[in-house]
Ligand binder design. Structure first.
Ligand SMILES: C[S@@+](CC[C@H](N)C(=O)[O-])C[C@H]1O[C@@H](n2cnc3c(N)ncnc32)[C@H](O)[C@@H]1O
Length: 495
């Protein structure tokens, strides 16, 4: 292994399930733009620079009828991902030790291509190879995901990075680099420079201090870390025959439209979609982008196709702020999500849908099963706006998970394998990384569908007592039930 990939063999880069890269999310956004992407239940997915494969394995576990290929030039992460796939019995995923600059032609075609956290961390020729691979392997209605550090927000990263680079100019040992970097970061935080500009840097250093040290080593102290303006990225993609589709989080591309006055002012500055996105980055001082691309001859709709929502499913956890929200017309109710999205509305249809989704959270309900009160078009238009405002999630195929732990609960085989390997996170069937504590890890390992509550309680308490992890008290059974329902709510149990 040569080039920048060699560093990933020296220092591990822990993989995560990145929610935004889910094929189903890409399919939803494609359909809303008038595309006909492959059904995610029987598709082919390629991940470029897949690292230890956790993101790809998470997809493979959730979509057993689809095929997944990951490539990465570093051998250790590929070997670790391959071992985890075997442990989890995932026969639909292959990780290949290959350099992006020499990929074989016969790999494709793929319906979805994902390149997360690569573009900014490789030299120019590899960045071009990455876009070439997207173009070459993408099926005609395929969608590619590429994330990268973006300007102007990334000037803040550059500020910290250049200071740390200078500080570490003679330090080459990885663990010493991490340790010495943390010293300067802590000093910057403690010194509390007092001015606004000092605070901007020290808040960023504070965030870096909180980061996993191995991620810090590769992300922030990396040899190559190049941010680009969106317009530069879009030109680079166009030069490789790729068209901008949207951000992977639709709110990033369309969110401003929810405030018509701002959208109109921004629209007057921009002569096309690319400029519109660029101005949005400026007003948001955006640091990072997750951009979707497709073939240039695909006709994309300007407005979103709300009718496409009719065949989808919807989930949502926006909470009505009032304990007893009124659903009749003319009464405004406020809804908010844990992530901070908010909506005040007096529309009875919207209020009714949000309350029902909240009551049944996090279940994904087919849109056709919701009570549209005789106005299915209005329902679909409302759901499209709610999706753009991050108040609901849309699914072309709802995740195959159960929301209630049954008599003999069974956890996803991937999550069980991650627990058995002592990993810090397990992947959910809804494509999230769930942090595990030692008790959760033991419990997940036991959930192979063969044990009822009594067996689970007996085996778990025995293991915990052996390891001196937790006292076995009279509330143990109640706690076990809460833990099981908690795992179900997180999407860790198979249906
Ligand atoms: C920052 S890590 C990102 C890993 C993973 N995609 C993620 O987001 O967690 C960058 C990855 O790109 C891989 N890489 C770097 N240069 C490469 C090349 N020329 N060909 C293939 N993989 C490469 C590295 O080995 C590493 O696994």
């Amino acid at each position: 292994v040569g080039g920048v990939a060699a560093a990933y063999d020296r220092v591990a880069y822990p993989g995560f399930a990145f929610h935004q890269t889910r094929p189903d999310r890409l399919a939803v956004i494609g359909r809303l733009h008038g595309m006909r992407p492959a059904p995610v239940g029987s598709c082919r997915v390629l991940e470029l620079g897949c690292g230890d494969g956790v993101n790809l394995l998470t997809m493979a576990a959730a979509l057993p009828g689809s095929e997944f290929v990951g490539v990465d030039a570093a051998s250790k992460p590929v070997a670790s991902g391959t071992a985890l796939a075997q442990e989890a019995g995932l026969g639909n995923v292959r990780l290949l030790e290959l350099d992006l600059e020499g990929l074989p032609g016969e790999l494709g075609p793929f319906d979805y291509v994902v390149a997360h956290g690569i573009y900014s961390w490789v030299p120019p020729q590899t960045r071009s190879a990455l876009l070439r691979a997207c173009r070459e392997y993408l099926a005609p209605q395929g969608i590619a995901f590429v994330s990268y550090n973006a300007y102007p927000g990334s000037y803040l990263r550059d500020m910290a990075r250049e200071a740390l680079e200078w500080h570490l100019r003679d330090v080459h040992d990885p663990s010493l680099r991490i340790q010495r970097a943390r010293e300067l970061m802590q000093l910057t935080v403690d010194a509390d420079g007092g001015t606004r500009s000092a605070r901007v840097l020290s808040e960023h250093m504070q965030a870096l201090l909180a980061k996993n040290p191995n991620l810090l080593f590769h992300d922030d102290l990396a040899e190559v870390n190049t941010a680009v303006y969106f317009h530069e990225f879009a030109s680079h993609a166009a030069a490789h025959g790729l068209q901008f589709l949207s951000e992977a989080d639709l709110a990033e591309s369309r969110g401003i439209e929810l405030v018509p006055e701002l959208a109109a002012r921004l629209g007057r500055l921009a002569s096309d979609r690319i400029e519109r996105e660029q101005y949005t980055d400026i007003v948001k001082n955006r640091m990072f982008r997750e951009t979707l691309l497709c073939h240039p001859d695909v006709e994309l709709r300007e407005d979103l196709d709300a009718a496409a929502v009719r065949s989808m499913a919807v989930s949502g956890a926006a909470r009505p702020v009032s304990p007893e929200p009124r659903l009749d017309a003319g009464v405004e109710e406020l809804f908010e999500t844990r992530e901070g999205a908010r909506l005040a509305t007096d529309a009875p249809l919207v209020k009714r849908v949000l309350v029902e989704l909240h009551e049944r959270r996090p279940e994904a309900i087919p849109v056709a099963d919701l009570d549209a009160d005789g106005e299915p078009d209005a329902l679909c238009a409302a759901l499209t706006r709610l999706y753009t405002g991050r108040l609901v999630e849309l699914w072309t195929e709802p995740p195959a998970t159960t929301m209630r732990a049954g008599p003999r609960p069974e956890a996803s085989p991937l999550a069980r394998a991650q627990a058995a390997a002592g990993r810090e996170h397990a992947s959910s069937l809804m494509h999230d990384s769930v942090a595990l504590d030692p008790v959760g890890r033991r419990l997940l390992e036991l959930l192979d569908g063969s044990r009822d509550r009594a067996a689970l309680a007996a085996e778990l308490s025995a293991t915990l007592a052996e390891e001196g992890l937790a006292p076995v008290g009279p509330q143990f059974e109640g706690q076990l039930e809460t833990a099981l329902q908690g795992l179900a709510g997180l999407g860790l149990l198979v249906a």
